[in-house]
Design a protein around this ligand. Structure first.
Ligand code: FES
Length: 138
């Protein structure tokens, strides 16, 4: 079996799909090679992520990893969300096939892009808090 049960489960029944109308941060990232796009919406209150939703136009692994990423950051502090690595998302999903690892990077980067937007809206330099968003490679 290529995909773990958890990946299949999050792909067929993704959590937190949709948009947040009054989001405090919105991030959109894409992978230039496969053309997949992920959009992340965050609601933030006093430094905590109170809600997260996403829309992913992409492969099954991208949908499963964005679903898991939103589950992992909901209720967490911004600092904890910034530490969310694609590896942590993969572990929570019981692994991903090698050729699909880059899809999980999309999820990590979408969270960081939304937090960058949050800081930008506050008039703060996101580079100081979030750092550079790394290139997504295949
Ligand atoms: Fe593009 Fe998975 S193939 S994100």
């Amino acid at each position: 079996m290529l995909y773990s049960d958890k990946v299949l489960e999050h792909f067929t029944n993704p959590r937190n799909v949709g948009e947040i109308d009054d989001a405090d941060g919105i991030g959109e990232v894409g992978n230039a090679k496969c053309g997949d796009i992920m959009k992340m919406y965050l609601k933030i209150d006093e430094g905590n992520i109170t809600d997260a939703k996403f829309k992913t136009f992409g492969c099954g692994a991208a949908i499963a990893t964005s679903s898991m990423a939103t589950e992992l950051i909901k209720g967490k502090s911004i600092d904890e969300a910034l530490k969310l690595s694609n590896k942590a998302v993969i572990e929570a999903l019981d692994g991903l096939p090698e050729v699909k690892l880059h899809c999980s990077v999309l999820a990590e980067q979408a969270v960081k892009a939304a937090l960058s937007d949050y800081y930008t809206r506050k008039g703060l330099d996101p580079l100081l808090y979030v750092g550079e968003l790394k290139e997504i490679e295949h």
